[in-house]
Design a binder for this molecule. Structure first.
Ligand code: CAA
Length: 475
């Protein structure tokens, strides 16, 4: 798939130049976790799709992960602070109700690049659960397209610690990590398609974390269905924009998915991606001629909610429908038609999620990076392939957009190696994990020794420094 002529007439190609990650090296193994909670390990490995959940040490937090990812991105691209005009941080693990995480991150980076070296930069901390990084990317791309950037690039960092209550169903969807994304003109990895970005937004209660709480309040089943519906709605809007703008044409017995070579979805856990693909394909395919053959293979009609008044509550309380729908979905996911799309367009993006767990805002971008690395390692040529991104944030909002991979992605992808980049990992026991989770250890009671990394050294206890964080770079 090539960038269209209509794109070529547009003044500026803007997108992703490079991506750097920082994943903490401590992890909880799914087998230990399953044993401790009395869960069948097969449920975690296959039902959720997680093998290792990354955990932060006592001297790490979302700001250190963000700063470490930024530093790596700057070093890999020989960037000086004056090459950058904006540094945005998107997170739902905010450290302060007022002071933006960016200022802490800039404070850390200035320990390396010199006092006031980032003074000319702008940026804010963005919040909208897991979707805020996508809004930050979109806004920064438009800042460049509008030629407000004075030739400078932007960095968008997504950084989170996904933390749920001990003993809750969310506990096995935890993880931590940061992804720093360099946005510029004529980028090496991917150019965003213009005028197709589609968003939906609604006041919802699926997942939220009121002031003072360390962990969210979650309605798990509700949040799953809401994610699917919101992404489907955004996808519908994306399709209208893409067709109206001439990005592609959809032929008979085709759907929008036929014009998207790779899919990157928000991944609170990897199985969610598999399920979301099934939901989207059912929606896209059910009115096409090929659906009749798929129904024959599934051996049952697609169920419809009986007394639905359109609300999610009315759907999830319809037990019979929910059970039949699950049966139908699982059989659909066994069809060769589903498997082909899954294997060709999505499977590689799930690998990182299995290895590190949930990154909240970072999950979508870690998934995209995973797709690049593992497709490349399989010898696939991704040049000119279109990637469709589906971002979801509880509360809730979804954003669907796309971009085309540039031939120069090869310069970047060849050094991507997730395992090597994370470094030597340390498995922690459930007792150690629980102490970390409950904040029962002091900052200097670390489980790992750190080298060449930003770390948290102090949190002010009283007076005007209460809660203020201090960081340093370990040599
Ligand atoms: N072997 C294999 N699979 C098994 C199994 C076994 N022995 N036992 C169960 N499973 C499967 C189930 O069949 C199910 O599969 P499907 O997805 O195909 O239906 C899967 O394991 C999950 O099991 P349950 O349906 O019993 O679900 P659960 O009670 O474990 O809860 C959850 C899952 C709702 C996601 C819960 O972990 C949760 O609340 N997580 C937090 C909320 C969340 O992540 N929501 C996602 C959308 S919202 C969002 O994305 C925003 C965000 O980032 C938070």
């Amino acid at each position: 798939m090539t960038v269209l002529e209509s794109d070529l007439r547009m003044s500026r190609f803007v997108g992703i130049e490079d991506i750097a990650i920082h994943v903490p090296r401590l992890y909880v193994d799914f087998k230990d976790f399953a044993e401790a909670r009395g869960i069948n390990p097969a449920k975690l490995e296959h039902g959720i799709g997680v093998k290792k959940m990354a955990m932060i040490d006592t001297n790490q937090d979302p700001a250190t992960m963000a700063a470490n990812a930024c530093l790596k991105l700057m070093e890999n691209n020989n960037l000086a602070p004056e090459d950058l005009g904006r540094l945005y941080i998107a997170t739902e693990s905010g450290l302060d109700e007022s002071k933006a995480m960016n200022s802490y991150v800039i404070g850390m980076l200035e320990q390396i690049y010199g006092n006031s070296s980032f003074e000319h930069c702008g940026g804010i901390e963005c919040k909208f659960a897991c979707v805020s990084g996508s809004y930050a990317l979109y806004d920064n791309s438009n800042w460049i397209r509008a030629e407000e950037n004075d030739g400078k690039a932007a960095i968008v960092v997504v950084s989170d610690v996904a933390k749920y209550d001990i003993g809750s169903a969310g506990e096995y969807t935890q993880g931590a990590g940061a992804v720093a994304i360099l946005v510029k003109e004529n980028p090496r990895i991917l150019v965003f398609d213009q005028k197709v970005t589609a968003t939906v937004i609604k006041n919802e209660h699926d997942f939220f974390r009121p002031f003072g709480r360390q962990t969210p309040l979650v309605d798990g089943r509700y949040s799953n269905l809401l994610y699917l519906i919101q992404v489907k709605q955004a996808m519908k809007k994306y399709k209208i924009k893409a067709l109206e703008g001439g990005l592609f044409k959809i032929g008979p017995n085709e759907s929008v998915i036929d014009h998207i070579d790779y899919i990157a979805l928000h991944l609170p856990y990897s199985k969610m991606g598999k399920n979301a693909l099934a939901f989207l394909l059912r929606h896209e395919w059910r009115d096409l001629p090929k659906w009749a053959d798929i129904i024959k293979q599934i051996g049952m009609e697609e169920p419809k909610p009986r007394n639905s008044n359109g609300t999610i509550e009315s759907i999830i309380t319809d037990k019979e429908f929910m059970e039949n729908d699950e049966k139908f979905r699982k059989r659909f996911m066994e069809t060769p038609q589903y498997k082909e799309v899954f294997n060709e367009k999505l499977a590689s993006s799930l690998k990182a999620s299995e290895m590190v767990g949930n990154l909240y805002t970072g999950s979508l971008y870690m998934g995209f990076r995973s797709e690049l690395e593992f497709e490349h390692k399989m010898g696939k040529d991704l040049t000119d392939k279109r990637v469709g991104f589906a971002s979801y944030g509880s509360g809730s909002s979804a954003m669907v957009f796309s971009g085309v991979i540039q031939p120069t992605y090869l310069e970047v992808v060849k050094r991507m190696d997730l395992e090597d980049e994370i470094g030597e990992r340390k498995k922690i026991s459930i007792e150690e994990y629980e102490k970390l989770h409950e904040g029962q250890k002091g900052i200097d009671e670390t489980l790992l020794s750190t080298k060449k990394e930003f770390v948290l050294v102090k949190i002010g206890k009283d007076g005007v420094t209460e809660g203020f964080r201090e960081y340093s770079f370990t040599n």
